[in-house]
Design a protein around this ligand. Structure first.
Ligand code: DC
Length: 220
């Protein structure tokens, strides 16, 4: 099962647009397979949250890069899932609130932010085999892993899922920004299998994902 030149650990890449259900599926897959689950969106969200705390314009790349030089970003794992601390502080639920939603695609478009976070994402593989979800996991973070899934859903379904969670999110605007940015845009990675979850419930998506991983060679 060794797909990484440094370790025998395996990376399962789960990518897709906002509110496609990929976080829930990734979490369920990690539980079923006994793997660590890494939420990379939370890492970009934590940087967006920091710009708010420090009164930095998230669209000003130079200011964001300068800000990063002065903060300590600590990525870890707790209870099987990823954690992130900024100068020792856990931003918690604030990561999913409107001010962060409005800024996160802007900081995620800055190449230096991506370089910093991609390095931290790759470091997680030293801890164990993992399921990692995001936008560029199969294309950039772990391009060599054979285990790649892209979870999609119609825009209508994705908006309905977000509002069912009681969250107003600028889903369409974030998707447009995430897909058109120059560095590591949201794409279906080479070798990824697309699962359209629009007409499936979560249990069905998890079963299809497990079948897909098996057909990609994962021993389950
Ligand atoms: O998965 P999410 O919706 O919480 O991600 C928040 C934002 O972070 C998303 O709009 C784009 C960015 N992101 C990214 O650019 N690359 C990733 N691997 C994960 C998230």
């Amino acid at each position: 099962m060794s797909e990484n030149k440094h370790t025998s650990h395996v990376a399962i890449a789960i990518d897709g647009p906002a509110a496609s259900g990929k976080s829930t599926v990734a979490r369920r897959l990690a539980q079923r397979l006994g793997l660590i689950m890494i939420n990379t969106g939370a890492m970009y969200r934590a940087i967006a949250w920091t710009t708010i705390q420090k009164h930095v314009d998230a669209a000003d790349a130079r200011a964001v890069i300068a800000m990063l030089g002065g903060v300590e970003i600590t990525c870890g794992v707790n209870d099987g899932g990823s954690t992130i601390l900024i100068d020792g502080v856990d931003p918690g639920d604030a990561l999913r609130e409107d001010p962060v939603n409005a800024r996160v695609s802007k900081v995620a478009a800055i190449p230096e932010v991506r370089d910093l976070l991609v390095a931290k994402q790759r470091d997680y593989l030293a801890l164990g085999s993992l399921v990692m979800e995001g936008r560029d996991i199969g294309s950039v973070v772990f391009p060599d892993t054979p285990y790649k899934i892209y979870i999609d859903a119609s825009e209508e379904v994705r908006l309905a899922r977000r509002s069912a969670e009681g969250l107003a999110d600028v889903v369409s605007q974030r998707d447009a920004e995430d897909s058109k940015r120059k560095t590591s845009p949201l794409i279906v990675a080479d070798g990824a299998t697309v699962i359209d979850s629009s007409d499936m419930d979560i249990d069905q998506v998890v079963e299809v994902a497990l079948d897909t991983l098996q057909s990609q060679g994962l021993k389950i």
